[in-house]
Each structure stands twice: as C-alpha cells, then as structure tokens.
Design a binder for this molecule. Structure first.
Ligand code: ADP
Ligand code: ASP
Ligand code: MG
Length: 441
C-alpha cells in the first residue's frame, strides 16, 4: 500500500485537484490511501471564524463564513462539469456552511472551535470524491474520525489507529483507492480534535505506519526539503536524501515543509518518506530513509518564538539534584526544553511557548534569580556526522561573526548544531550560513 498526501496548495484550485486525480491514478500496482489537507487558506479562515466567535463578534464571524462559502461556491463551478456532480457538490458545500451557521448561534466552547476547524478537510475530501466519481474513478472515502485518535496527552495512539484502520480496510478489500482527511482526529473524550497546524503530514505518516506502507509521499508546492528556508533566503537547493533523524530535526526546528513531529511514525515502521512537488511531479524531490546518504551539513532551519529562562544561583548551582528540581518544574507545566547551557553560576534553558511562563518563573524563584528574554530564534544546522565534518565549527563561527549568538548547543546529537540568536538577526543569520556553509548567495 502507498500513501500520498497533498497539502493545501496542491488542492487549492480546481485545476490542481484535477492534477491530483491524475497523479493518484498513474500507477495502479498497489492500493493507495490519499490524505488531503483543506484547500489553501481555509484553515486560516476557520481559525479567524473561531476567534471572532470566541470574542463574541458574531457579525464578523458571519461575514467570514459568508466569504468562505462564496469561495467554495465558485470553486465547485470549475471543479466539476456535469449537472449531477455540481448538484452534489453544492449540497456538500451547503451542508457544511449550514453547520457553521448553526454553530454561530450556540454558545462558544473550545470543543466547538475544533468542530469548526474540521470543516476544511471534510469539505476538501468530499468535493474531491465528487470529482473522482464524475470521472468514473472508483474509490472510497475513509472517514478519519473513525480511526484517527489521540490520547489524553494529545498524542496519537498508533496501535489503536492500526487496529481501527485495518478493520475498515479489510471490510473494503475490493477497493484500490481510498481518500481520507488529514489533520482531524478524535480525542480521548470522543470529541472532534486535530493534530495541530500542518498536521496532515502527521496523518500521512501515522497512516503509513499503521498499514506498513511501501512509501509515504508528501506532495507539496516545492521540490523537496531545501538546504535553507526558501521564504527567507533567495538561492536554495533541494536536498536529495535525508535520514529520518535529520528530517525530524529539520521539521522540529522549523522547516515548515514538514509538521514538527511527523517523522516518528514512518521511522518506527521504516517507511520511506518522499517529499515531492505537485506542480513539478518529475522533479526528484527528497527521499527520507534510515540511511543519511552522505556525510556533512545538509540544511539549516529556524524556529521562532523562543523564550530564554536564566536561573542564576551562587549557592546551589550544579550541586547534585539541582537540575532535576529545575526540570521537574517544566515537567509539571508540560513544557519541553529545547536548548540548555550551564556554567558554574547559571543555567539557561529555552522553551518555545510562553503559555505557562509566569507560573514556571514563580516556581523557579526559590532556586535563584530568574530572568527571561523573549523574541529569540533557534537556528539549527543539520547533517550527518556533523561533528566529524572538517572545520565545521570554525566555518560556522566565521560565517556568524556579525551575529550576537546567545547560546550554542553542540554534541547533543550527531546530526545537529543549534544556535540561539535574537529574532531580529534571523534573516541575516540564515543568509550568512547560506554563503558560509553552502557557498550559495
Ligand atoms: P503544504 O500546504 O503542502 O503542507 P506547507 O506550506 O506546509 O505546504 O510547506 C511547504 C512550504 O514550506 C514551502 O512552500 C516553503 O515555503 C516552506 N519551507 C520552509 N522551509 C523549507 C525548506 N527547508 N525546504 C522546503 N520548503 C520549506
Ligand atoms: N489544514 C491544516 C492546516 O492548514 C492541516 C494541514 O494543512 O496540514 O494547518
Ligand atoms: Mg504543511
């Protein structure tokens, strides 16, 4: 079985959906599960609708709902040709927007906001199914809400997903083509939930692991993982091969092409992941497997919104048990630490969200003087056997001479050197590394 995931831009225009239909039917040597995102822009609109409702701005929410509905009404006009298919598509659009209009009238809750967010993927898959039906392409819609689950800690439950999905597939073993929603799932309370923004990649990897797929293809709007962030740096090039570890580090440290934690399920089942370009299907893309392919630096990525917490203490620091006590505070508030540096008199750690910052600082106060600095960015240099790459540190520091590097993390993994810089230096840092490490300007 093969998994093919298409992101928002890959399904964002009727023509693109037509092209997706061609791509998924090109090779019929094995059954395919297609995972679709919402049409580009839809999830952002649904987030805005939820926020307007939460703020009690019903008029604004209504305006946003109507605007989005108009977008879908014109989308389906170009998507299908026959009256029959058009009538079907219209009734799907009406059904989902009626639902949003009903939600508008009831009192807002967190659970309702998740219901709102789920409409995007439900719409894209149902409309795509109408198009496939019109083209006479035999397929089945697999409702993600029937097999994709997360536990009380919001973690996907791979073993449960496997059991539920296998059962549905067995019951439909005569089918060769399945279409399912990315991103959406059910939580431990049985409510509709999601795998966080960009989560369709995670769905694809989980499905690939659950069915032990031959390959998990992530089709997007660029020809693979590039050596640097193409939104920030002018000249970037695709990386042909990455190991699961390298890809996981790049995704976690900000390479937007992949959801931050989407690699582990594929890695666990050793399913190769391919990053491919819907707009340029013949391009090589990036292959992610156990093997790194080559030694040396492959890519850099940047993760914004980092907060530094400094703990300064002349009395207790580095006494045994001291770090444990500090870490316990972060564990209590379910906040993970990305970087850490220690000296005789101070420890600095970084976190990537400030949701519990006030409480964390308060609980750390008995251990020393606490200060915080926000607006930082982690720049990660990722590759294979980086420590053995000749002159890597001198190259790095030479390239970054003008940058006030705040922290450095080296040696934690064989695949990564991370540096913390003030976010105002992010663009310059990525540009300097592009030249210093890859010789690209
Ligand atoms: P999709 O909607 O298909 O999931 P995304 O927008 O989530 O697509 O991811 C693709 C985008 O990721 C690219 O258009 C590119 O701008 C951005 N991106 C950021 N860093 C990288 C990188 N290192 N390599 C490739 N793309 C990257
Ligand atoms: N539609 C969701 C989002 O925009 C999930 C995804 O596209 O991966 O975040
Ligand atoms: Mg994405």
């Amino acid at each position: 079985m093969k998994i093919m995931k298409f992101g928002g831009t890959s399904v964002g225009k009727p023509d693109r959906m037509h092209q997706v239909a061609q791509l998924i039917t090109k090779d019929d040597s094995e059954p395919v599960i297609v995972v679709l995102s919402a049409l580009s822009g839809t999830t952002n609109s649904l987030v805005a609708i939820g926020e307007a409702m939460a703020a009690g701005s019903r008029d604004q929410a209504k305006e946003l709902i109507d605007k989005l509905e108009a977008h879908y009404q014109s989308f389906i006009k170009e998507l299908v040709k026959t009256d029959k298919a058009y009538a079907k598509a219209r009734s799907i659009v009406s059904e989902h927007f009626e639902f949003l209009n009903i939600i508008l009238k009831i009192s807002f809750s967190e659970a309702l906001s998740k219901d709102i967010l789920a409409q995007g993927e439900l719409l894209s898959t149902k409309l795509f199914s109408v198009y496939l039906e019109e083209k006479g392409i035999d397929h089945m819609l697999l409702p993600a809400l029937e097999f994709m689950t997360i536990d009380a800690q919001d973690e996907p439950q791979l073993s449960t997903i496997k059991v539920k999905l296998s059962r549905i597939l067995q019951q439909n073993s005569n089918k060769k083509l399945f279409i399912t929603q990315g991103y959406i799932c059910r939580n431990s309370r049985g409510e509709v939930d999601n795998l966080k923004r960009g989560g369709s990649d995670y769905t694809a990897s989980l499905v690939a692991a659950a069915v032990n797929a031959s390959v998990c293809e992530i089709w997007t709007d660029i020809d693979g993982m590039h050596n640097n962030d193409p939104r920030i740096v002018k000249k970037t090039v695709p990386v042909e091969q990455l190991s699961f570890e390298e890809a996981a580090e790049l995704a976690y440290f900000g390479a937007k092409i992949l959801h931050p934690t989407c690699i582990w399920p594929a890695q666990q089942q050793k399913v190769p992941v391919k990053l491919l370009n819907t707009m340029q299907p013949e391009a090589l893309g990036t292959t992610i497997t156990q093997e790194a392919g080559s030694v040396g630096v492959k890519a850099v990525a940047a993760k914004d919104g980092i907060i530094v917490i400094n703990i300064k203490s002349s009395r207790m620091l580095l006494a045994y048990g001291f770090l444990r006590k500090i870490f316990e505070v972060f564990e209590k508030y379910r906040t993970s630490i990305d970087m850490i540096t220690t000296s005789e008199v101070a420890v600095s750690v970084t976190i990537d969200h400030g949701g519990n910052l006030t409480a964390i600082v308060k609980e750390l106060e008995p251990f020393g003087t606490i200060t915080t600095e926000d607006n930082h960015t982690i720049i990660s240099v990722v590759g294979n056997e980086i420590a053995q790459t000749k002159h890597i540190l001198s190259k790095l520091f030479e390239a970054l001479t003008p940058i006030p590097v705040r922290m450095v993390s080296y040696g934690g993994s064989k695949h990564n050197v991370s540096m913390l810089v003030p976010s105002s230096y992010k663009t310059q840092t990525l540009q300097l590394l592009n030249k210093g490490l890859f010789g690209l300007e």
